[in-house]
Design a protein around this ligand. Structure first.
Ligand SMILES: Cc1cc2nc3c(=O)[nH]c(=O)nc-3n(C[C@H](O)[C@H](O)[C@H](O)COP(=O)(O)OP(=O)(O)OC[C@H]3O[C@@H](n4cnc5c(N)ncnc54)[C@H](O)[C@@H]3O)c2cc1C
Length: 417
């Protein structure tokens, strides 16, 4: 982690988290989750809450520690060594906490945010539907109709981590079907399992197991009107804000997973011998290590830059933060996927077996390219923001006209578009 970016009290918080990661999470838990003997380990979340490690960014009055995005990122990087599921379960208080903290009423903060940060309530997110994952605003079909003091929800959400096990969900439903702009179709809701959420299917997954990933169904689910989160028909505001921690935690966790594979590969290649010497003496091996750490550090450069931007500009320059976060998420998850692949190559055949955890990490990291917004969607966002920025007339006011430096700059008629 980039310790030099943290002040002393932040360093201490990261050390507390490290102590939890090293001493309080047993290998048995990770193995049992991978075998799906344990699905949704509530005890892990509860213990993290008891140790005051959940939702570190939120103010102390709600149970957080008031740290910066940079500090939270450093902690989540460390949680990444535990693999994607535990990192996701840990990070969910940051992801779900964000809309509760920013848009929640006083009562919603008391009822959901505070107990969640204590580890007493587990809040997860139910966004993806069978008909759409990427096109949330245009494709969501779940409907919420106002009836008296309730919204009645009908629809379904799939691939929901905590679908089996969570106490409540932040979800989105169509409240304005006639809206001309898809952005104005949805509202956000806090739906408790006890409001009437049915589990329709539990998925077997390539990796990231043990999180209770399920399809859940709302059938005439009566949600009290006070559980509308944010303004009616302004679900996109809630969603956009929620996607910052959603993607930051994916990115930071991916760094931790990549570091775990690097550590294994460095140790193994120093001991394993071939042709009379440790295999690290072969450039084909040691240059892979060099590439791994270079890309890990490049990921850190982007991820911590995005975290710093979130600290400074999340309210004043959302497009910049959104672009940096999207770059961080796509780059870090791809670097992690490559790092784990390289580590397996360095270990040779034994890397492909369950003797080492690399095969699990490989299965986990594949998801990084898909969830929390696919890496194609990250690129859609990145290109959108950078075109907008550079084509803005104000942009050129502060930039040198470099096209005038060309030898043929006077051949204006040749610039044919
Ligand atoms: C194990 C697991 C856990 C998950 N956890 C959760 C969770 O807790 N809560 C939740 O709500 N969701 C969760 N998801 C869902 C996940 O976020 C979605 O799967 C993801 O956003 C993609 O949506 P989709 O699967 O519907 O694919 P689609 O949106 O159908 O996309 C299919 C393909 O088309 C591409 N594509 C779509 N639009 C474009 C475009 N404009 N430009 C270029 N390419 C495009 C996509 O990149 C992708 O390659 C989880 C998924 C998995 C597998």
């Amino acid at each position: 982690m980039y310790e030099f970016l943290l002040n002393n009290s932040e360093k201490n918080i990261v050390r507390e988290a490290l102590s939890f990661i090293i001493n309080d999470v047993s290998p048995d838990l990770i193995r049992s989750m991978d075998k799906e003997e344990i699905v949704f380990p509530k005890e892990f979340i509860k213990l993290a809450g008891e140790k005051n490690l959940l939702g570190l960014r939120f103010p102390r009055e709600y149970g957080g520690r008031g740290v910066s995005w940079v500090c939270e990122t450093a902690v989540i990087e460390e949680f990444g060594v535990l693999g994607f599921t535990l990192n996701c379960l840990y990070s969910m208080s940051s992801i779900v906490g964000e809309p509760l903290y920013v848009f929640g009423t006083k009562e919603q903060k008391e009822k959901y945010l505070k107990p969640m940060l204590k580890g007493e309530l587990c809040g997860f997110e139910a966004i993806t539907e069978p008909s759409t994952g990427s096109d949330v605003f245009g494709g969501t079909q779940t409907r919420a109709e106002k009836k008296g003091n309730y919204y009645v929800l009908n629809g379904q959400k799939r691939f929901v981590v905590g679908g089996l096990g969570a106490d409540f969900f932040i979800t989105y439903a169509v409240t304005n079907p006639e809206a001309s702009n898809p952005k104005d179709r949805l509202s956000a809701f806090i739906v408790e399992r006890d409001h009437g959420v049915k589990v329709a299917a539990v998925y077997g997954t390539l990796g990231t197991r043990g999180g209770g990933t399920a399809r859940i169904v709302f059938k005439d689910t009566k949600v009290p009107e006070e559980n509308l989160l944010g303004e009616l028909n302004k679900g996109y505001r809630v969603f956009n804000r929620m996607m910052i921690p959603e993607r930051m935690t994916s990115a930071a966790g991916a760094i931790g997973t990549a570091v775990a594979s690097l550590e294994i590969a460095v140790r193994y290649s120093s001991k394993r011998r071939a042709f009379g010497q440790p295999i690290r003496r072969f450039q084909g091996v040691s240059f892979k290590i060099a590439d791994m750490i270079t890309k890990i550090d490049a990921s850190r450069g982007l991820v911590y830059q995005a975290a710093k931007a979130a600290d400074e500009f999340i309210d004043s320059n959302y497009p910049l933060v959104r672009r940096l976060v999207s770059e961080a998420k796509s780059f870090a998850t791809e670097a992690a996927w490559e790092a784990v692949n390289n580590a397996i190559q360095i270990l040779g055949g034994i890397g492909y077996t369950t003797v080492y955890p690399l095969e699990r990490l490989l299965r986990d990291t594949r998801l990084g390219l898909i969830w929390t917004g696919t890496n194609e969607i990250m690129r859609v966002i990145i290109q959108h923001e950078i075109y907008k920025e550079i084509l803005d007339p104000n942009y050129s006011k502060y930039r040198r006209n470099i096209e005038a430096d060309a030898l043929g700059a006077d051949m204006a008629e040749e610039k044919y578009f």
